[in-house]
Design a protein around this ligand. Sequence first.
Ligand code: GAR
Length: 206
Amino acid sequence: MKIAVLVSGGGTNLQAIIDKIADGTITNTEIALVIANNQGAFALERAAKAGIPAECISPKNFASRDEFNVALTNRLVESGVDLIVLAGFLVNIPPMMVEKFPNKIINIHPSLIPSFCGKGFYGLHVHEGVLARGVKVTGATVHFVDDGTDTGPIILQKAVNVEQGDDPKTLQLRVMEQAEWNILPQAIDMIANGKVSVVDGHVIIE
Ligand code: GAR
């Protein structure tokens, strides 16, 4: 299976995928392409270091959002990838792209959906919301992308404890280490090996 990984920032989830392909935890999978929406994304350096083709497609280089959406979608179609992995890609996915890749786009979200998700909940804001509410358990979710924000069929979830004295950054790191860096690679491996299907809007795992 050929995958594209879309990134915006540090790229630790991309790194987890690279490492787990290298050590054989993820099988039948090749990262064909990494796309960032900003040139400064450290994830681009991680891709280059691993010898993976990487490029930036930024909304700033297009006259309108529509033109950006078309360029991004066309690039992914022409790349011939079987799966698109959003690994900290902080861009709204246009309906046009979802239509071209039905149940072929997955996203990692740093909470237990449906808590702390949707508009405004991304990156550190998710963990700020968790701490503000005082919940004792949070986690991460891998889901297919549909037309909504964080509303698609859920593939895997992993719970992580909130500890006394956490700040958004310590909590973010624990959620990454204990959940994200494991369940995103695991979901990719399961999809690459034909174990995941969507029936009536719900994920069935063989
Ligand atoms: C990750 O925590 C990811 O779950 C989150 O952004 C971070 C990216 O880190 N994604 C979202 O909030 C999507 N709504 P990374 O660039 O180090 O992988």
